[in-house]
Design a protein around this ligand. Structure first.
Ligand code: PMP
Length: 355
């Protein structure tokens, strides 16, 4: 704390991301990164972009990337002007909160969800109401059919991994014509179904995506949103009042190539899904209750042992997982799906700890 800090900064409680340890050889299952590398075509495109042109600013509108994203929603009528891009979906979400969710009424999001949402609310002084998930940690559509200033939730939800079926999503969107409903689809490619195809029908729906997870480009920082052109224009107004060039030349080139490599995308996401199913079975055999997951992580609790203790014991054995202190989920561990070898190392360490 310093007397030079503004009031806003004094009152902030910043988001704390999962640890990025400097130690080598850890089994790192704590930040939902993809265990496989990015597309070789993306790496090649990045290399090709390194050169004299780096002295020039990138395209402030990243038009080439918007076209690639629009085309990837092929046949669902998404035009480039319905696409917004940013420096990771965290930046996209930040602009969404300021541009589309800051109104008179409180916004709604689940009590157990991405913990960055309340942080943005404090930053932008947006009132919110946390809506409890049901006893099975599911989002209940009817809870969102009440007056509100906007709605945001991940689908699948994080850190539960549970997916809300599209007809339920549509009920929420259709039932709230006066507010924007933001679906954060960071993990949708691991078994969920995108609400992207509803965008053409609902001017109040915004779908946010990232290349960090299913395209294995967390280090490049590329996220995007698709929605009605009026929603996108609001985001552009904030972006152009904040940073004209959120995506550098490398980010644009790498993202375009990654989106174009459907083969690599399919192969790696299928591998993650298969490893997840094996991991779920192994965890169940060790006495864990595992919530049904359509993400690249699982959320699990053990009936006999404290989650905080398990996380510490895993850490001592070089395995990192994520433990949240929020009361309702204090006994859960969020475990990212690694390669089969990483998952087996985790299971072996757990077996030792629990025996
Ligand atoms: N939404 C959710 C639900 C997330 O878990 C994450 C990753 N922490 C993000 C958005 C942000 O991802 P990125 O900024 O890497 O696109």
């Amino acid at each position: 704390m310093s007397r030079y800090w503004s009031r806003v900064v004094r009152d902030l409680t910043p988001y704390v991301p999962g640890e990025q340890p400097k130690l080598p050889n850890l089994v790192k299952l704590n930040t939902n990164e993809n265990p496989y590398g990015p597309s070789p075509l993306a790496i090649e495109a990045l290399r090709a972009e390194i050169g004299d042109t780096l002295r020039l600013y990138p395209d402030p509108n990243a038009e080439r990337l918007k076209e690639a994203i629009a085309a990837s929603f092929g046949g669902r009528g998404v035009a480039p002007r319905q696409v917004f891009v940013g420096n990771g979906s965290d930046e996209v979400l930040a602009h969404v909160f300021l541009a589309l969710l800051k109104h008179e009424r409180p916004i709604l999001f689940p009590d157990i969800t991405y913990s960055f949402y309340p942080v943005y609310c404090r930053l932008y002084e947006i009132a919110y109401q946390a809506v409890p998930l049901d006893e099975a940690f599911r989002i209940r559509a009817e809870d969102y059919l009440v007056p509100n200033g906007g709605i945001v939730f991940p689908n699948p939800n994080a850190p539960t991994g549970r997916f809300l079926p599209l007809p339920e999503v549509e009920r929420i969107v259709a039932g709230n014509p006066d507010s924007v409903v933001v679906i954060d689809e960071a993990y949708v490619d691991f078994g969920g179904e995108s609400a992207g195809r509803l965008v053409a029908r609902y001017p109040n729906l915004l779908v946010v995506r990232t290349l960090s997870k299913s395209h294995s480009l967390a280090g490049l920082r590329v996220g995007f949103a698709i929605g009605h052109a009026d929603l996108i224009e609001a985001l552009e107004r904030v972006k152009n009042s904040f940073n004209s060039y959120p995506l550098g030349r490398l980010a644009i080139a790498g993202a375009v190539a990654a989106i174009g490599d459907q083969w690599h995308f399919e192969r790696t996401r299928r591998a993650v899904i298969a490893s997840r199913e094996a991991l779920v079975a192994d965890l169940a055999a060790l006495g864990f209750e595992v919530l049904p997951s359509t993400a690249n992580f699982v959320f699990a609790r053990h009936s006999g042992r404290d989650a905080g203790e398990i996380a510490l014991a895993l850490r001592e054995r070089g395995v990192l997982v994520r433990h949240f202190r929020q009361e309702r989920v204090r006994q859960f561990l969020r475990i990212s799906v690694g390669t089969d070898a990483q998952c087996q190392a985790l299971v072996a360490a757990l077996r030792e700890i629990l025996s």
